[in-house]
Design a protein around this ligand. Structure first.
Ligand code: PGA
Length: 271
């Protein structure tokens, strides 16, 4: 059975002092043991958020990682540097593809470095509006998955594991249509679910080893407490990557409470 995951992407918001406090508040307001919760603050807030979340069961994630282990890369952060600070990392977010010009090849390197460092990866994929309108959404997403994951080591288990274990899975895919991110215009649950099926089919073809059906697929793009139910009602969707709403404790409380219902319902009816 796939885990239900709610990951918070705080993007370039919060200074360290407020990040620690916000993380504590969110942890307290989202106490759902069946849901894997991950908070991804800015790099400079990782240590404080880690300390604030100690003992809460909420995992810490970074928002990015460099594709090389070390080197002359001013201002960058490598996977080994994240040791002890984060157990998850977001890779390939569309804002980084857009603003930092990240290529599929670099994203592939980031995933390899994350794997070597024992980090769990949330790989973001998603099409632009023009691509969807041209009927190319599926092709784009398949291409992003192949580019990011081809040749990446097969077995999905991570030795040791984090305190919040994703059933041993090291990889989750976040399907985030670019036109839905930060726009208040979310995809429909049915469209997101259809793409989740495409994602699993593509993963099976890439040959990561193991069972592609076991890899969680999240939806991201203007998720709120009001619309999370539409996505989690879809059996193909296993959670959400939440941006703007993840900075609001009330929203996170609603989103994770809804995710808890789904996690319990799925546990009661083994697939
Ligand atoms: P949003 O961001 O929820 O603010 O649309 C989602 C994301 O970028 O991961």
């Amino acid at each position: 059975m796939r885990p239900v995951i709610i990951a918070a992407n705080w993007k370039m918001h919060t200074v360290p002092a407020e990040a620690a406090e916000l993380a504590s508040t969110i942890a307290r307001r989202t106490a759902e043991a069946e849901v894997i919760r991950v908070i991804c603050p800015p790099f400079v807030a990782l240590a404080g958020v880690r300390d604030a979340l100690a003992g809460t069961g909420v995992a810490v994630g970074a928002q990015n990682v460099h594709h090389e282990r070390s080197g002359a890369y001013t201002g960058e952060v490598s996977a080994p540097m994240l040791e002890g600070l984060a157990t998850w990392v977001i890779v390939g977010h569309s804002e980084r593809r857009r603003d930092a010009g990240e290529t599929d090849e670099q994203i592939n390197g980031k995933i390899r470095r994350a794997r070597e460092a024992g980090l769990r990866v949330i790989l973001c994929v998603g099409e632009q509006l023009a691509e969807r309108e041209a009927g190319r959404a599926e092709t784009v997403v398949r291409g992003q998955l192949a580019g990011a994951l081809t040749g990446v080591a097969g077995d999905r288990a991570i030795e040791g594991g984090a305190e919040t274990d994703a059933n041993g899975a090291w990889l989750a895919i976040a399907y985030e249509p670019v036109w839905a991110i930060g726009t208040g215009r979310n995809a429909s649950g049915a469209d997101a679910a259809a793409m989740a099926v495409v994602v699993r089919d593509a993963l099976a073809g890439i040959g990561l080893g193991g069972d592609a059906d076991a890899i969680p697929v999240l939806y991201g793009g203007s998720v709120t407490a009001a619309n999370i139910g539409e996505f989690l009602a879809e059996p193909a969707i296993d959670g959400a990557l939440v941006g703007g709403a993840s900075l609001k404790p009330d929203e996170m409380a609603g989103i994770v409470a809804r995710a808890g219902l789904t996690a319990r319902a799925r546990a009661a009816v083994p697939s």
